[in-house]
Design a protein around this ligand. Sequence first.
Ligand code: CA
Length: 391
Amino acid sequence: MFCCHGKTKAPVALAALAMVSLVLSSQALLAISMILPSQLSVALAYDDGTPDRGWSGAVGAYAAVRFSPPLQSSRILVVKYFILQDLTEFSVLILDSSREPVYQRSVLPTEAGWCTLDLAGENIVVTGEFYVAMKWLTERVPWLGGDETSPSGRSFFVSKTGYWYSYQEISLETSKVDKDGNYMIRAMVAPRLAQIVLQAEPSSANIRVDGVSYSGQKLPAVFNWEIGSVHTLQVDPTVNGTPGVRYVFAQWNDGSKGISRTLTVTQETSLTATFKTQYQLEVISDLGNPEGAGWYDAGTEATLSVTSPVSADGLVEMLSGMHVFDHWSGDCAATTETASVIMDGPKTVTANWHADNTMPYTVLAAIMAATVVALGFHVVRKRRSGDTRVY
Ligand SMILES: [Ca+2]
């Protein structure tokens, strides 16, 4: 339990709670969530730097400050305690946002004032908010500064039985003064970063990362993102390459098939958007209902065809001749109406036709024969009609 500064014995339970008289300071240091970009570290302080009261407690009790770093996940670099007096051993206690202890270590301050402890090597990682506490190992000492100039509602006294009182509650309990304040504990944290490498295969594709496009020379794109941060990744469903070549989004290498997706950073990650290559097949023919033109996955077999012979409608067209498929040229040399090509690149095939004159000759012969017959019939009729002429 807390006790009044200077007392030698702590009365039982809450009756033991008390305060020390004010300690005035001419220098007020206010540093609230000051971001130091060069080190990517964040200093967290809620007190004004000048103690207005001193606090101490029973063995096992502790005074805690709740820190709210502007980070998803933090590594604690430094903690600082303002020690008023009585340089005795105490425990640095760090608790997570659920108030579960995550770190404890005893330290011995060497002088009064700010006692700075470098914890960078300890790899203390917290998610979201956390608490830093002074836990008393020795009855009622050392004395921790309390700032009441800039109360923030972040300071708690925790009894040795584990009950959490606000600074205000404990102040009322101990001194009958309803006053909020800050235990003078500060921290410095660093964001936990993870390297994210984004790549596209082929790199001519485009990845939009949080709305900014990366392609070609800008890929792979490397980011040092804060763990826990969320980012949006988008790709184009289809990317045009050189003529006759295009790339169709297939999937990310982690299995995601989303053209638009979010990425929550948890660890070092390499993500590649893979596109499949497609080649265009052109089938050129004015006749015979050519089929098979279009886009094909690289390496697949494309089937192309025309219908032959082409029968024309009408006498004039018939007389001009039938068209019969002859062979393919270009990227296919087949002589069959239905053929296939392996799509290992853009392909153009042309259907070649030859004229079949059998039909016009037949038609012509038929017409001529019919004409002859008709003329003959006419002559016969004429003669017959002559026979019946009446004179
Ligand atoms: Ca103050």
